[in-house]
Design a protein around this ligand. Structure first.
Ligand code: CDV
Length: 343
């Protein structure tokens, strides 16, 4: 039997919220839009719908919020014995509808995790930029991934700059790059990345080494930063180029499909530019399966034959045959660049 899966990349247009004085888009308006995308995807035969990074809120790391309550309102509280993401009022309507339709969901959100891992077993809270895979068949979270590569900084750049403050809000993920099986989808081997992760071959390779067939990746990627060289058009073109290079090469060199889903458009006025679109699916040969055309809510639906991964995995990217790990120590032992001495 053919191992096919019909996937919908659910690109979202902007969620106008903080910081956008006078223009707060309530969470239920965003949920309505996500539900509409889900209904449309299900009607088109989708078995899995992939939503962007931080899909439940605006991309808030563009501003430095300092009010604890305001920040808390952007996060989903979770703990081993306490609140669970599947019960969150901010997500439950989507998951319940997905379960009823028999559609799986992958979605990104801001996670506030509390456990007793503090010193002397004390309660400790850590904030992550997270994505989950929710399986309709078991009505449960099959896999969770916490973003490893956090771009940006902990401090503000001079006024007038576009800010990127993920290092201020989040801790790097602590779960590694773990592939997982989806039993109801022909035992598909899936993995998740979040936005900036797609630019790092290390994460892709960790998934590739587990035989990954389908990589799911939501993103919020800025199109223009006033402090960088070039005008809006030139910078946007460059941002899209780098996005596509990263996604295409990740799929090609790991012989897998990649579904990359944007939150796009202008979410906040006066904060530099907006976010690129370019939601895209690549196949294991590095070919583009499809791409969105707008900066709005838009679906990209494709049926992917997972067995297409076998050809490259058994030939040019047969890792067992060709990798030379005795020469790769530098990749894990060294973080920054160490240039050879001048001669
Ligand atoms: N959300 C992101 O991780 N955005 C980064 C931008 C800041 C470069 C990205 O890699 O797309």
């Amino acid at each position: 039997m053919a191992r096919t899966i019909t996937v919908a990349a659910a690109q979202m247009g902007p969620i106008k919220s903080v910081p956008n004085p006078g223009g707060k888009e309530p969470r239920d308006a965003a949920m309505k839009r996500m539900l509409a995308l889900l209904e449309d995807a299900a009607a088109k035969g989708a078995q899995l719908v992939v939503y962007p990074e931080l899909a439940l809120t605006t991309f808030f790391p563009r501003a430095m919020l300092t009010d604890a309550d305001e920040i808390a309102a952007l996060f989903e509280p979770e703990s081993p014995n306490g609140p669970s993401i599947v019960e969150s009022p901010h997500l439950k309507p989507l998951l319940d509808r997905a379960a009823a339709l028999g559609v799986d969901i992958s979605i990104g959100y801001a996670e506030r995790w509390t456990d007793d891992s503090g010193s002397d077993g004390e309660s400790k809270t850590t904030d992550y930029n997270t994505a989950i895979y929710y399986a309709a068949a078991s009505q449960s979270v099959l896999a969770k991934y916490r973003k490893v590569h956090l771009p940006g900084r902990t401090h503000l750049l001079p006024e007038g700059s576009a800010q990127q403050l993920e290092k201020y809000y989040f801790t790097p993920g602590n779960m590694g790059f773990q592939a997982f099986r989806v039993p109801a989808r022909h035992q598909a081997i899936c993995g998740m990345l979040i936005c900036n992760d797609r630019r790092w071959p290390e994460g892709w390779r960790c998934l590739g080494l587990q035989g990954v067939e389908l990589v799911l990746c939501g993103y919020n990627t800025s199109d223009y930063k006033p402090q960088d060289p070039g005008g809006v058009e030139e910078q946007t073109e460059m941002a899209l180029l780098h996005h596509h290079i990263s996604c295409q090469s990740g799929s090609y060199t790991n012989a897998c499909f990649g579904v990359h889903v944007a939150k796009a458009g202008v979410e906040a006025e006066g904060a530099g530019g907006g976010l690129i679109g370019g939601t895209v699916i690549y196949d294991p040969m590095g070919r583009k399966v499809g791409e969105t055309a707008t900066l709005d809510d838009e679906l990209l639906v494709a049926t992917l034959d997972l067995d297409m991964c076998k050809r490259q995995k058994s030939t040019i990217f047969n890792f067992a045959n060709h990798r030379r790990v005795e020469h790769y120590a530098r990749i894990i032992e060294q973080v920054g660049v160490e240039e050879p001495p001048e001669v």
